[in-house]
Design a protein around this ligand. Structure first.
Ligand code: FAD
Length: 408
C-alpha cells in the first residue's frame, strides 16, 4: 500500500454539469477525496467489523470483556491492521490516510477495538520500530504484525498521568542487567500482552524497555468496574524487581521524546477514530428521527430535532475533513505534534458532543445497549482523557500560539 495522490473532484467536472445529488451520508462529498485503494481499505475493515464485531459488541460491553481477543488480534493481523503504517517486518506499509480510515471503521464499531489496534500498532510496535535495535525488531515485530503476539505500552502511573516526566518507575543497573521496579496504571492490553514496552527513569533519563510479560516479578492485574471502554482490556502493570538483560533497553530512545513521539502517532489515529464513533451515533439518531413518531409525526420533522441533526452533521463532516487534511499532510510533509493536538482536541470533543446529542434524540432508548449511542458516549469519555486530556492539548496549542508555557 502506498500514498497515492487523491483524485481531484474538480478535474472530473464537465462544463454545465450539475453537482451530484446531496447525500445525507456524505454531504460534503468527502468520498471523492479517496482513491480506490483507500476505499478498498475502508470497505474491508467495515465488512470485517460488520461480521466480527457489531453482532457481539453490546454483549461484550455488558459483560465488561473482550472475549476471543487473541483470535480478534490474529484476524486484525491478517487484515494488515496492526502496525499498519509501519514498513518492513511483516507490516503493511500503508499511508497515513489508509491507517486513519481503518481507525475510523474500527471505532465506528467500538472505541475498545480501535484502542486494541492503536496500542498494538502505534504505541508498542511503533516504539520498537522507531527506537529498537535490529534484533528487537526481528524478534517482536513480525509476530506483532500478525497478531500472534499482543503488546502493551506502559507510561501512566497511579500518581503520574498528565505529567509523565515525574514518573516513579525506576530502572537500575546490576552488572550488565537492568532491574525495574514500579507500577503502571490504566494500561490497555496489559493482561493479554506477551510483551510490554515500559518506560522507566534511569540515571541517563527516561528509557524504554522491552519486557516479555513472563519475566519473574512482572504481573498485570486487570482493572475491573470500568464504566467506559468496557470491551477493552485495561490493566495495572506491577514491576517488582524485574530483571532484564542489557539488550532489553530501546537503544534509540533517551528522554521523554521517545514515549511522546509514540503518543503523537497514536493520537493521529484517534483523530479519525473519534469521527467513526460520532458517525455511528449520528446514523443511529438520523434513522431513529425518521421513524420514531410523537405528536402524530416523525420526530425528525420537528425543528428542534432538525437543528440537532444539522449541527451534528456539520461537526461530524468538519471533523472528518480535518482528519483527511491531517492525513494528507502527514503523508506529504509529516505532522507537528501541535497539529496532532489540534485534531485530537477538536475531534474527540466534538465526537462526545455528537454522541450526547444523539442520545437525546433517542429519548429513553438512548440509554439502552440495544442502540450504540450510550456505549459510544461512555467510551469517548476515556478517549477524551487518554493520549492527552483535553486540557493538555489546549496547553500544547496555547504554548504553540503564545510561546508561553502554562503547564506548570
Ligand atoms: P491527571 O493527570 O491526574 O489529570 C486529572 C485532571 O487534571 C485532568 O482533567 C487533567 O487535564 C487535569 N490537569 C492535569 N494537569 C493540569 C494542568 N497543568 N493544567 C490544567 N489541567 C491539568 N496510559 C498508558 O500509559 N498506556 C495505556 O495503554 C493507557 N490506556 C488507557 C486506557 C483507558 C481506558 C484510560 C482511561 C486511560 C489509559 N491510559 C493509558 C492513561 C491515560 O493516558 C491517562 O489517564 C491520562 O494521561 C491522564 O492522566 P490521569 O488519569 O492520571 O489524570
Amino acid at each position: 500500500m502506498s500514498a497515492t495522490p487523491a483524485p481531484s473532484a474538480r478535474a472530473e467536472r464537465r462544463p454545465g454539469e450539475r453537482p451530484p445529488a446531496f447525500d445525507p451520508a456524505d454531504p460534503l462529498g468527502l468520498d471523492d477525496l479517496l482513491d480506490d485503494e483507500e476505499r478498498a481499505v475502508r470497505d474491508t475493515v467495515r465488512r470485517w467489523t460488520a461480521d466480527r464485531v457489531l453482532p457481539h459488541v453490546a454483549d461484550w460491553y455488558e459483560r465488561g470483556e473482550l472475549p476471543g481477543v487473541r483470535e480478534l488480534a490474529r484476524e486484525l493481523g491478517s487484515l494488515g491492521a496492526l502496525g499498519m503504517s509501519l514498513t518492513g517486518y511483516g507490516c503493511a506499509g500503508a499511508s497515513a490516510v489508509q491507517y486513519g480510515l481503518a481507525c475510523m471503521e474500527l471505532e465506528a464499531a467500538d472505541s475498545g477495538l480501535r484502542s486494541l489496534v492503536s496500542v498494538q500498532g502505534s504505541l508498542a510496535m511503533y516504539a520498537i520500530h522507531r527506537f529498537g535495535s535490529e534484533e528487537q525488531k526481528q524478534q517482536w515485530l513480525p509476530a506483532m504484525a500478525a497478531g500472534e503476539t499482543i503488546g502493551c505500552f506502559g507510561l501512566t502511573e497511579p500518581d503520574h498521568g498528565s505529567d509523565p516526566a515525574a514518573m516513579a518507575t525506576r530502572a537500575r543497573r546490576e552488572g550488565s542487567d537492568w532491574v525495574l521496579d514500579g507500577r503502571k496504571m490504566w494500561i490497555t492490553n496489559g493482561s493479554v500482552a506477551a510483551v510490554a514496552v515500559v518506560w522507566a527513569r534511569t540515571e541517563e533519563g527516561v528509557r524504554g524497555f522491552v519486557v516479555p510479560t513472563g519475566t519473574p516479578g512482572f504481573s498485570a492485574p486487570e482493572i475491573r468496574h470500568k464504566l467506559s471502554l468496557r470491551a477493552s482490556v485495561t490493566s495495572e502493570l506491577v514491576l517488582d524487581g524485574v530483571r532484564l538483560p542489557a539488550d532489553a533497553v530501546l537503544p534509540e530512545a533517551i528522554g521523554l521524546r521517545g514515549p511522546l513521539s509514540c503518543l503523537s502517532h497514536a493520537r493521529y489515529g484517534i483523530v479519525w477514530g473519534a469521527m467513526g464513533a460520532a458517525r455511528s451515533c449520528f446514523e443511529t439518531a438520523l434513522e431513529y428521527a425518521r421513524t420514531r413518531e410523537q405528536f402524530g409525526k416523525p420526530i425528525g420533522g420537528f425543528q428542534l430535532t432538525q437543528a440537532k441533526l444539522a449541527d451534528m452533521a456539520v461537526e461530524l463532516h468538519k471533523g472528518t475533513l480535518l482528519a483527511h487534511h491531517l492525513g494528507r499532510r502527514m503523508d506529504a510533509r509529516g505532522l507537528r505534534p501541535e497539529q496532532v493536538s489540534f485534531g485530537k482536541l477538536n475531534n474527540v470533543r466534538e465526537a462526545i458532543e455528537i454522541a450526547r446529542t444523539a442520545r437525546t434524540v433517542l429519548g429513553a432508548n438512548g440509554i439502552s445497549l440495544e442502540y450504540g449511542v450510550m456505549r459510544h458516549a461512555a467510551n469517548l469519555e476515556s478517549v477524551l482523557t487518554y493520549e492527552g486530556t483535553v486540557e493538555m492539548h489546549q496547553l500544547v496549542l496555547g504554548k504553540a500560539l503564545t510561546g508561553l508555557d502554562a503547564f506548570r
